[in-house]
Ligand binder design. Structure first.
Ligand SMILES: C[S@@+](CC[C@H](N)C(=O)[O-])C[C@H]1O[C@@H](n2cnc3c(N)ncnc32)[C@H](O)[C@@H]1O
Length: 283
């Protein structure tokens, strides 16, 4: 999920400090700069991310979002037994290991070698050794029609300038009628500050402003980039790249779920959605 881990007590230990982040900019960021920034950011944050969220995500479990929706119950991908499944932006690859334990031939891809180091450690811990591939979701190194299912839990999409580029690539890799299901931060969250508490309940920026959020170093070079799309932007990008939208899930915050994940909290989760899960199919 695109929320950084909780900041450490010593600020010189933070990912931002290690990357030389000095400020925030709202400006256009092109593909090459975004790729370099996010590769460096996820490499630098990989240990913190896994230390903070690894327990919640599990070693071989498919958790779609901070609200705790699990594929084991939701079954958004259908029956995966014997299916070739691609996970995009896999991070520690817990989802792929769960898919493998269900009988799928899962392949896990991620941009960050740091995140894949944790994926490899997970493979070794569990003995479920899913293939790991370091690749940008915009250029995936697989043959046409080589997968029956594709999925992503908060992987890659928030960090690339063009949804259409990734969707076109996923379309190329899938056989006809194959499901492509992905979760992202719900677009409504863009208008609020990234704050799990009461400060995160006040609108501070327009929903319609797609200018990316970037963190920058003292030379103004991006050290982290995130892109915003409206719900309509997702629908249009899916239509334009040959996917049929079958459902848009907006998971409600479950009763008794007290875990805060960055800006996702019980307080906000009870009032408005934090996650959007798009269930689509290659047309
Ligand atoms: C928020 S984490 C999600 C990881 C995992 N799916 C989970 O649920 O914990 C986002 C992941 O997307 C990866 N990522 C970012 N940009 C990417 C890109 N352009 N291509 C592939 N992966 C990317 C990051 O390295 C990171 O592992």
């Amino acid at each position: 999920m695109p929320e950084p881990a909780a900041p450490p007590a010593d600020p010189t230990e933070s990912t931002e400090h290690r990357l030389g982040t000095t400020g925030v900019a709202h400006r256009e960021v092109g593909g090459a700069e975004a790729e370099a920034a996010n590769l460096a950011w996820w490499d630098a944050d990989a240990d913190d991310y896994n230390a903070t969220h690894g327990g919640f995500l599990g070693d071989a479990d498919f958790v779609w979002c901070p609200e705790g929706v699990r594929e084991e119950n939701a079954r958004l991908l259908g029956d995966v037994r014997g299916r070739r499944v691609l996970e995009v932006g896999c991070g520690q690859a817990a989802c792929s290991r769960w898919l493998a334990s269900e009988g799928a031939y899962a392949v896990a891809a991620d941009l960050s070698g740091g995140m894949l180091r944790h994926a490899r450690a997970g493979n070794e811990r569990t003995g479920v050794a899913v293939p790991l591939v370091q690749a940008n979701a915009e250029r995936l190194p697989f043959a046409d029609s080589s997968f029956d299912v594709a999925c992503s839990a908060f992987g890659a999409l928030p960090f690339v300038p063009s949804l259409e580029t990734v969707f076109t690539e996923v379309h190329r890799l899938l056989r006809p009628d194959a499901p492509w299901v992905f979760s992202v931060t719900h677009p409504i969250r863009w208008i609020f500050p990234d704050d799990p508490g009461p400060q995160g309940l006040t609108v501070t920026q327009p929903y319609f402003d797609r200018t990316p959020y970037a963190e920058v170093d003292e030379d103004g070079v991006a050290t982290y980039v995130e892109y915003h799309r409206t719900v309509g932007d997702y629908v249009r990008a899916l239509n334009a790249t040959g996917f049929a939208l079958e459902d848009l899930l907006e998971p409600e915050w479950p009763d008794g779920h007290t875990r805060t994940w960055g800006q996702w909290s019980p307080l906000r989760g009870r009032l408005f959605p934090g996650t959007a899960i798009f269930r689509t199919r290659r047309a």
